[in-house]
Design a protein around this ligand. Sequence first.
Ligand SMILES: Nc1nc2c(ncn2[C@@H]2O[C@H](COP(=O)(O)OP(=O)(O)O)[C@@H](O)[C@H]2O)c(=O)[nH]1
Ligand SMILES: [Mg+2]
Length: 658
Amino acid sequence: MSGTQNGRSPRSVALVGPYSSGKSSLFEAMVEVAGAPVKRPADPRNRPMTTEIRVGHCSYLGDAWSVLDCPGSIEFAYEVTSALSMVDIAVVVCEPLPARALTVAPLLKQLADLHLPHILFINKIDTLEGSIADTLAALQSHARCPLVLRQVPIIDGESVSGYVDVVHERAYRYRKGQPSELMQIPSNMQDEEQEALGKLVETLADRDDVLLEKVLEDVKPGTDEIYRNLRKDLADGAVVEALLGSADNVSGVRRLWKALRHDAPFTAETATRKGIPTEGPPLAQIFKTQHAGHTGKLSYARIWRGTIKDGATLGGTRLGGIYQFPGGDLAKRAEAGEGEIVAFGRLDGVSTGATVSPGATPAQLPFPAPPAAVYALAIATTDHKDDVKLNGALQKIREEDPTLTVVQEQDTSETVLHGQGEMHLNATVERLSRNYALKVATHKPQVPYKETIRKAVHEHGRLKKQSGGHGQFADVKIDIAPRQRGSGFEFIDKVVGGAVPRNFIPAVGEAAEEAARKGPFGFPVVDISVTLVDGQFHSVDSSDMAFKTATSLAMKEGLAKADPVLLEPIFRVTISVPNDYTARAQRLVTGRRGQILGFAEREGWPGWDDVEALVPEAELHDLIIELRSQTLGLGTYRKQFDHLAESRAGQELRRGAA
Ligand SMILES: Nc1nc2c(ncn2[C@@H]2O[C@H](COP(=O)(O)OP(=O)(O)O)[C@@H](O)[C@H]2O)c(=O)[nH]1
Ligand SMILES: [Mg+2]
């Protein structure tokens, strides 16, 4: 399929919206209506969750399109953010349920912030109960600009049988899987249709004086005039049009295609919106990386300018294939032209977000940063022989998924995956098994507790062994004392008169520090000083080893007597929720030994609050899971290490150990 069949540059549309609103169903319906084959799930009523962008290519009425089906779950939201930074227009797929409108709010905000033109597709219209005006009003309360209804549903008894096109003032009857059929506007709908048209024109007149004059003089504007204004206002992000349909029944899909065809900006317009110069050498940007079996690494890219040929040098690497995905299958192309979305083959060394140009290193275009992690799981191979392989696999997965981070914890010797939630990390583990044949077990990561002491002690350590030839001898007297929180470990030498010879003193310091790595509770001891005050030696039997052993003995005894206490990491947490849920977020914090510091309006998010709190790390592990389950999946949080606090849990541990 060539990019341009009619001289117009190919465009791209991203299908976004809350989980299960019907994006994947709509993707399949759109691609199919555009006459291209499409892969459907084995059981369409039991669809697998979308976790990655799926790209489809098709052409509708002579215009070439890339359609991007995006995940709906918040845990895969970075895929959405990446897609939105590439496309000309977005379709927000939602359900005709006023109560669900809140779940669309973050997306509407994101689109408005990006100035990305978007259309609302109110899907599942076959399930409409009550009036569409209620859904629109609920959505409007979360939108920054006016939402205008382009279609009014025709309700026949219990079900929606068709729609009236508000601009054309024509009625259509839905026919399952086929184009809708023209019909008379039902007489009882004339008023509703006129009202919708009136609202649409008035909204557009707010930004157009000629139209405004007509409204004031009660002159009916022409269809072309309405369309022209609609396209302009949509492109300016001043209005959002709402269409209706049913992806499952393939109703309203052609109407959606026509709206996209008419209103979606072209590549040059999108480039201008994004501040990308339209003149210059060919330019493309990578927005997704995939390691696909036989093709190797694939780098999905949007071509912002010019034509890129296979074999070109991009990012210092020779391009090894240009692919598109007709019918979900990989098809090779000789070149890719302006506006297209393609996958580049084997661009090793080029990562997601990179801007590339043949034979050159262009200025890098901005690309969204991945969100911070909110959930962590420790993983371990079931067979330790796989450890090296695991590291390699994780490195590749990290390349595909910038929202995943892998940390090798020093204190606990755990490999910890940090990501966006339970589903995200489970999907990662599943990927390790499917793509790399790696079996790993997961567990809750250990909390990196620390310990310290509350009392200064003086301790004596002595090693004296006589075994055959020459023996071992060392004697140390140390003071162990608490230091200020955060000041770390300190070794001080106060030996006078050579009671311990100079050359053995470093060994004493090392052994003291070494012993502090594991205190009475089994965790690293922080914020103490160890002072060597006195000792004895033997001219033959003393050695570094002997002094280390004597010091270790003294440390072990001394720390246990120095009123040790467990230190628990405390994080400063900011929970963001729609303000209907503020009280719940606060209860969540207090139920987790948290201390609320206050709450305030979330900046730039009308109707949302930020709850600030101090929460022990031990309570953060599944916070995101409970937060989401209590807030329609909308709540998020960010965290930052704040301090180490003495923990009562330490007393319990101590009693248990005693
Ligand atoms: N009644 C009805 N169900 C639909 C419609 N479109 C999709 N669905 C169903 O909604 C569920 C979720 O669809 P899916 O396309 O996977 O949603 P996604 O999560 O947004 O991709 C599936 O069971 C679909 O069959 C529709 O127009 N009407
Ligand atoms: Mg989906």
